[in-house]
Design a binder for this molecule. Structure first.
Ligand code: ZN
Length: 257
């Protein structure tokens, strides 16, 4: 990216008033959370360490019903490791503080946007903050099952002894209804920022693409995606490096140009 097009991108972000941010695993890799598909990513790890028929089985709903153990083993890392938000998360939280953020849509299940301070967050692949018994359908809060999650063992429903599953969307499950509402009725926005995703997981990627088609759009990712040509601007960069530049630019904006 030439410095003139970088400054155009920064100028766009600085002037936007209703930004919709769409994020993927790339914004959390600097926090020590592995992404899914790289050579030291989650799927490579579970393939080595867990006894799975294929790596994606860890998030496959029919496999989960037969063998819930690996999912809970993997989840324990989220609740026991010292993980804190990245500069990108903090920048996005700051955008909300500045009343420039309409919504964060994230594919991530690591809860780091909320921890960074964002309240306008939609987790399109679900959340650990609530859970549902796979036996009787009873609803639980994270606090009810957190001990078991930390220990990496499947929580049991006190009513029916069924396994309590966090409300994470598995392969083979539908995304939350709000996902389809956002698809049909996109939030009002003057800029869409897509950060740290290769847009390879459907149907989440199709929402980002649909939003990008409707307004000025910027994708910031460290590798090319199949949809780059649909974006107004493409920035090939680590998201933290980019967000650091944007943050500096905006903080100096009032005294700058
Ligand atoms: Zn139950």
């Amino acid at each position: 990216l030439s410095s003139s097009s970088l400054s155009r991108v920064l100028h766009l972000i600085n002037n936007a008033r209703k930004i919709v941010v769409f994020t993927g695993a790339g914004i959390s890799t600097n926090c020590g959370i592995p992404d899914f598909r790289s050579s030291d990513g989650i799927y490579a790890l579970v393939e080595k360490e867990y006894n799975l028929p294929y790596p994606e089985a860890v998030f496959d709903i029919s496999y989960f019903y037969r063998e819930p153990g690996p999912f809970f083993q993997l989840s324990s890392h989220l609740f026991t490791s010292e993980v804190s938000p990245s500069l990108s998360h903090n920048f996005i939280a700051w955008l909300e503080e500045q009343s420039k953020l309409e919504l964060v849509i994230t594919q991530n299940i690591d809860m780091l946007h909320t921890r960074a301070g964002n309240s306008r967050v939609f987790q399109c692949h679900g959340t650990y903050t609530t859970a549902t018994c796979t036996g009787c359908g009873k609803n639980f809060l994270l606090s009810d099952i957190e001990e078991d999650l930390k220990a990496g063992k499947p929580p049991r429903c006190p009513a029916c002894t069924g396994i309590v599953k966090p409300d994470i969307v598995f392969f083979g499950e539908q995304l939350p209804a709000r996902f389809y509402q956002l698809y049909d009725n996109p939030p009002e926005s003057d800029l869409i920022l897509v950060l740290g995703t290769s847009l390879s997981v459907q149907p989440a990627a199709s929402l980002a693409v649909n939003l990008a088609r409707k307004t000025t759009s910027i994708i910031i990712n460290n590798e090319a995606t199949d949809y780059d040509s649909l974006f107004t601007h493409v920035v090939r960069s680590d998201t933290d490096e980019f967000c650091e530049s944007a943050w500096e630019y905006m903080k100096n904006g009032e005294t700058g140009e």
